[in-house]
Design a protein around this ligand. Structure first.
Ligand SMILES: [Zn+2]
Ligand SMILES: [Zn+2]
Length: 161
């Protein structure tokens, strides 16, 4: 009985604004972080992407499907094709976790961001998560090339996957 309650407590659900896409994780979030990089700012249309990570093998879409855009050679970003809600940022390589937009959780209060990424693009008026560890966007040329394009305001190719 107690075990059953535990597994229920760990289950996390969420979905898009219109409800066409729903997902669940049977495991608790593995962590959460701010990403201030220009790609995440563009994707979510806000000052930062704030993502919660779940173990990939515990996560599944339970209604509808994610439409995905490959934003760089190493990542694709999922969204609801009907209402446009950004849902995921997924590594194409050696992925063991999936990053999910914190605001799409049914209860975004269950987890708090514990670090910052992409601080080179942090907006000075966006003061959040003070005192947390701060990291720059990884220097991986496959990421930095695309990130530089976005900083220059160049268009990226349509690459739906
Ligand atoms: Zn939707
Ligand atoms: Zn980012």
């Amino acid at each position: 009985m107690a075990a059953k309650r535990d597994s229920k407590a760990k289950k996390v659900t969420g979905g898009c604004l219109c409800g066409a896409v729903r997902y669940e994780s049977t495991d608790a979030p593995a962590g959460a972080a701010y990403c201030h990089c220009r790609m995440c700012q563009r994707q979510v249309g806000g000052p930062a992407g704030i993502f919660v990570s779940f173990p990939l093998d515990k996560f599944r879409v339970t209604r509808g499907r994610l439409k995905r855009y490959q934003s760089s050679p190493i990542a694709k970003r999922g969204f609801c094709a009907r209402c446009g809600t950004p849902i995921s940022c997924e590594s194409i390589e050696h992925a063991t976790t999936i990053a999910i937009t914190i605001g799409s959780l049914d209860n975004p209060a269950i987890v708090k961001p514990s670090s910052h990424w992409g601080v080179e693009s942090q907006l000075d008026w966006f003061e959040a998560g003070k005192g947390l560890p701060r990291n720059k966007t990884p220097e991986d040329p496959r990421v930095s090339k695309v990130a530089a394009k976005i900083r220059r305001g160049e268009l990226l190719p349509a690459r739906n996957v």
